[in-house]
Design a protein around this ligand. Structure first.
Ligand SMILES: [Zn+2]
Length: 257
């Protein structure tokens, strides 16, 4: 849904639709930040700043596309000129997780945009404090750089390793959304309606991958009144009335369930 004003009805609906907040959610499943099947050499070194960043290279990589390593919302598209990161993009994945993509030659997204796996966000460059084309990549939690993981597997610290991307390989068109309940966690249902059993919850502000959408119980939420439900996993549905997707109706390209 698109952003809209709250109404009293929306607040009341939040109160009945919510359950107590779940514990902190696990990290997103980060993937190599390049298109499906590409192989890139990733180097880590203890004198890097910050220490856990990875520099990615391959032959003739200037201008090669860089993709989002997990679904999220673009929250920085910044040009620092000839210093530091130069042109960089930051993606907010929810739950305190962010990723950084630096020294880009140009951008392909804007602030506020939701992105999914495989979405091109910019192109490899050598802007800022860089001596040659490469992608400087970071994963952070609550602002602190963390040792990067791809599909849950720790990257090589320290050294150089070839990483092959499975980012966006599925071919399935998924959508990306951000849960917005204005505070509490959102109940996840086993089917597309409030009559289905509660099978969990999603924290306010969490990024979700939407595999398909369908019509179900009409709900009034943060983004107005909608009968659309989003499938965010196997047997896991949430009302689209609480999910920012950038669209009032169905997300273009995402299949019906
Ligand atoms: Zn670097």
């Amino acid at each position: 849904m698109r952003k809209r004003w709250f109404s009293l009805a929306a607040v009341a609906a939040v109160l009945v639709a919510l359950v107590p907040a779940a514990p902190a959610m696990a990290a997103p499943t980060f993937k190599v930040p390049f298109p499906c099947n590409q192989s890139w050499s990733g180097q880590t070194r203890s004198d890097h700043s910050p220490a856990y960043a990875i520099d990615f290279n391959r032959t003739d990589d200037l201008g090669d596309p860089v993709v989002a390593s997990a679904p999220g919302t673009v929250d920085r598209v910044t040009d620092l000129g000839g210093t530091s990161y130069g042109k960089y993009v930051r993606i907010d994945h929810g739950n305190g997780y962010t990723t950084y993509y630096a020294h880009l030659s140009s951008f392909n997204v804007s602030v506020g945009q939701t992105v999914g796996y495989g979405r091109v966000i910019g192109y490899v460059g050598s802007t800022g404090g860089s001596t040659g084309p490469h992608l400087h990549y970071e994963q952070r939690l609550n602002g602190n750089d963390i040792q990067a993981r791809f599909n849950g597997a720790l990257a090589l610290y320290w050294g150089t390793k070839t990483y092959t991307s499975d980012n966006g390989c599925s071919g399935a068109n998924t959508g990306a959304g951000t849960v917005n309940t204005a505070g509490a966690a959102l109940t996840v249902r086993s089917g597309p309606g409030t009559g289905y059993s509660a099978v969990g919850s999603v924290a306010d502000g969490a990024g979700v991958t939407i595999y398909c959408q369908t019509s179900g119980t009409t709900v009034t939420g943060t983004y107005g009144t909608s009968s659309i439900w989003d499938r965010i996993g196997s047997g896991r549905f949430i009302s689209d009335a609480y999910v920012y997707t950038g669209y009032d109706g169905y997300i273009p390209g995402v299949p019906r369930c």
